[in-house]
Design a protein around this ligand. Structure first.
Ligand SMILES: *Cc1c(COP(=O)(O)O)cnc(C)c1O
Length: 406
């Protein structure tokens, strides 16, 4: 059972739920209210160590703050990764507050406002420009401040990655500059006096297939080498993207990290370094580092039977954990792993719903759980990434949940 597998890092020797060694009911008392998100710092560190062990030593590891911007989580990761990758000025502020030097912060995302560009230039972070208009506005911000902006070009690749949960490259995209338009943009940047540090390619997200990721990395390297050849001056930075997926659903197979790492090792040593030399080469991961290290903890408010279906109503829901309700980019709704204590109790099939007055607020559709009663805690796994940060907290006017890093 996948639910058991996901629960394993959150169970003590007697099989009771815990986070970071703190029993769940004790943690709930410490937090003071349910629902809440709990993240386990040791699990995050362990995951970073696994990734480090699999990747070549000369590859920078970046954390994509978008996945979980809780300041304590970002602070925890700041000491363990090489770069923090942000996608708004708000995330940039969180990243800089960790003490991470601006040289190691990168800023991507479509629609950076003049205000955001100005703040990025003032901070000295690397801006991954996504259009000609943005190049011009970035330069204006630099002129205004009397500073030379730091810029790389985010490239929309001329290939698409199949098997990604979310495709963010290939075909028409709001992200980046189409690969074929990059040479002209580089020439324009040179004309306008904006130095080019390098390129960023991010082709997609949530990929569980090492072979597909490896193919995407191969093609990313082809593209980067071609663009580097056409750059007006030697570049000092390339970002190969990421997209490492985590298993959410019953039939999901874990990504073969070793195979992905071996391919990156080969690409760095045989293809990139011989041509580009001692430049910064990086990847950026969000959910892979934090997604499995978090749980969303709710308390049962009601149990009711409706025409043969037992409903367990919890005090949380899709307004905090949209992804588990199936409304965050899923085509077919499937259950995130759900767990509760009381393994000794008789298992039963229940439908776990949140407290919002909408049928969309479904957390577990006909799941098997030990019998739960009003007042019991029910946790939804895989809540460390795109949980609270990706949820419509204002919907239905319930209070915001707490977050705790244990
Ligand atoms: C969202 C995003 C990421 C992180 O994706 P994960 O699936 O969380 O690893 C990385 N880079 C960019 C540019 C992104 O937009």
């Amino acid at each position: 059972m996948i639910a058991d597998e996901h629960s394993r890092p959150f169970r003590d020797a007697d099989g009771r739920l815990e986070v970071g060694g703190v029993p769940l009911d004790r943690l709930a008392a410490r937090v003071g209210s349910t629902p809440f998100f709990a993240y386990d710092r040791e699990l995050v560190s362990r995951r970073v160590a696994e990734v480090r062990a699999a990747l070549p030593d000369d590859l920078d590891l970046g954390y994509a703050v978008k996945a979980n911007p809780m300041p304590a989580v970002v602070q925890h990761l700041a000491t363990q990764v090489d770069t923090l990758d942000v996608a708004s000025a708000g995330e940039m502020a969180i990243a800089l507050d960790t003490g991470t030097p601006a040289e190691r912060v990168t800023f991507a995302g479509p629609g950076k406002t003049d205000d955001e560009l100005r703040r990025a230039v003032a901070a000295g972070v690397l801006v991954e420009v996504e259009s000609e208009g943005e190049v011009r506005r970035l330069l204006a911000a630099g002129r205004d401040l009397g500073l030379v902006p730091r810029a790389a070009v985010r490239v929309n690749p001329d290939f698409a990655v199949k098997g990604s949960g979310m495709r963010m490259g290939g075909g028409p995209q709001q992200f980046g500059v189409d690969a074929e338009a990059v040479p002209d943009l580089m020439a324009l940047m040179a004309d306008l006096g904006l130095p080019l540090e390098g390129f960023h390619v991010f082709a997609g997200s949530q990929n569980l297939h090492a072979a597909i990721l490896a193919e995407a990395q191969d093609r990313t390297v082809d593209l980067l080498l071609e663009l580097a050849k056409q750059a007006p001056a030697p570049i000092s930075y390339v970002n190969l993207g990421g997209g490492f997926g985590i298993p959410y659903f019953e039939k999901d197979e874990r990504l073969d990290l070793g195979a992905v790492g071996d391919n990156l090792e080969r690409l760095c040593s045989e293809r990139l370094r011989p041509v580009l030399g001692d430049i910064r080469i990086g990847i950026e991961l969000g959910r892979y580092l934090v997604g499995e290290a978090g749980v969303y903890v709710t308390r049962v408010v009601d149990r009711k039977m409706s025409r043969g279906t037992t409903y367990v109503v919890v005090d949380g829901g899709m307004h905090h954990q949209l992804a588990a309700s199936g409304n965050f980019g899923q085509v077919i709704r499937r259950n995130y792993p759900i767990a509760t204590d009381g393994a000794a109790r008789e298992p039963e099939e229940v439908t776990v719903v949140g407290s919002l007055c909408t049928p969309l607020d479904l957390l577990g559709d006909r799941v098997r759980l030990p019998r739960v009663e009003v007042g019991d805690l029910v946790v939804v796994h895989q809540a460390g990434a795109y949980g609270l940060t990706a949820s419509p907290t204002a919907f239905l006017g319930h209070p915001a949940p707490a977050e705790v890093l244990v």
